[in-house]
Ligand binder design. Structure first.
Ligand code: PBG
Ligand code: ZN
Length: 324
């Protein structure tokens, strides 16, 4: 393999050779599109820090579902903005809550679409934390029951998969338990197994109005400095019955995706979060980067690191590019 016998450029000569030896691909089927659902009618308002991303009312979901499926993006991840918030986040498991109505609407109008739901409390609590607060701290064990109720209410409304994002200890087991007791043993759990306390969630917190009103999320989300801890978190979730392990954010944590890919045999999902999307969009709007090429390259890097599934606000745009 010494020059000139081996010339690496031989197989880079033209696109046909390059395509023949390409190691990583992206398909619309790998992508999950996040949707923000809000109360009201006929609403479609753009999130200012996320150009091209809209908060929509329930009646707009059928149209959105049709567009996704037309592009080959067959899965969505739902986030809800409730009409009102309280200290216990009771809107999250209300039978007629925003997510429960959104799920029913999608199941009625687009039954073939796979509807995944974010299971958390922060959009529904007045204090904006992902759990129940007792004595000024987010109380782990009392939060578990509420999370389980939320997951069950999503399942009962017709969700195809639940995705707990709260980072409480033991929540996968608790959710698996209540789902099985209620005959939802076939409903998978995509666990936000490795979720860092990241500043890249900024635009999402505007979109979902869920920024913590006091303090931060560092007592439950992971320290960005840690990798061994990610393996422990993932191990626990596997033992508790997770079906898919998620890493979040994606681009600043490609090493974590790669480690999980090597150490575990479950499917890996990565969440390319709001801040990653916003950075690329902002640079493109200024003419500083080619937005389309950087979108493609960033998604490729996440797949190359080992993610099977990518949750991304670029899902429709990337699918359009792939479909030519
Ligand atoms: C709620 C939740 C967050 C995101 C997904 N679910 C925000 C947070 O934890 O503060 C972030 C998604 C994004 O930034 O795109 N627990
Ligand atoms: Zn939360």
């Amino acid at each position: 393999m010494i020059f000139p016998e081996y010339r690496a450029r031989r197989l880079r000569q033209n696109e046909t050779f390059r395509a023949l030896v390409r190691e990583t691909t992206i398909s619309p089927a790998n992508l999950v599109y996040p949707l923000f659902v809000m109360p009201g009618k006929g609403i479609r308002e753009e999130v200012s820090s996320m150009p091209g991303v809209f908060r929509i009312s329930v009646d707009q979901l059928a149209k959105e579902a049709k567009e996704c499926m037309g592009l080959g993006v067959n899965s969505v991840l739902l986030f809800g903005l409730p009409e009102k918030k309280d200290s216990k986040g009771s809107g999250a498991h209300a039978k007629d809550g925003i997510i429960q109505r959104a799920i029913r609407e999608l199941k009625n109008t687009a039954p073939a679409l796979t509807v995944c739901t974010d299971v958390c409390l922060c959009e529904y609590t007045s204090h904006g934390h992902c759990g129940i607060i007792i004595d000024k701290v987010v109380d782990n064990d009392s939060t578990l029951e509420v999370l389980a109720r939320i997951a069950l209410s999503h399942a009962q409304a017709g969700a195809d998969m639940v995705a707990p994002s709260d980072m409480m200890d033991g929540r996968v087991a608790e959710i698996r338990g209540i789902l099985d007791e209620n005959n939802f043993h076939m409903l998978p759990i995509m666990s936000y197994a490795v979720k860092y306390a990241s500043a890249f969630y900024g635009p999402f917190r505007d979109a979902a109005e869920c920024a913590p009103q006091h303090g931060d999320r560092k007592s439950y989300q992971m320290d960005p400095a840690n990798v061994r801890e990610a393996l422990r978190e993932a191990t626990l979730d596997v033992e508790e019955g997770a079906d898919i392990l998620m890493v979040k954010p994606a681009m600043a944590y490609l090493d974590i995706i790669s480690r999980l890919r090597d150490e575990f045999d479950l499917p890996i999902a990565a969440y390319q979060v709001s801040g990653e999307y916003a950075m690329i969009k902002a640079a493109a709007a200024n003419g500083w980067l080619d937005g389309e090429k950087v979108m493609h390259e960033s998604l490729l890097s996440i797949r190359r690191a080992g993610a099977d599934i990518i949750i991304t606000y670029f899902a429709k745009e990337m699918a359009r590019l792939l479909n030519g």
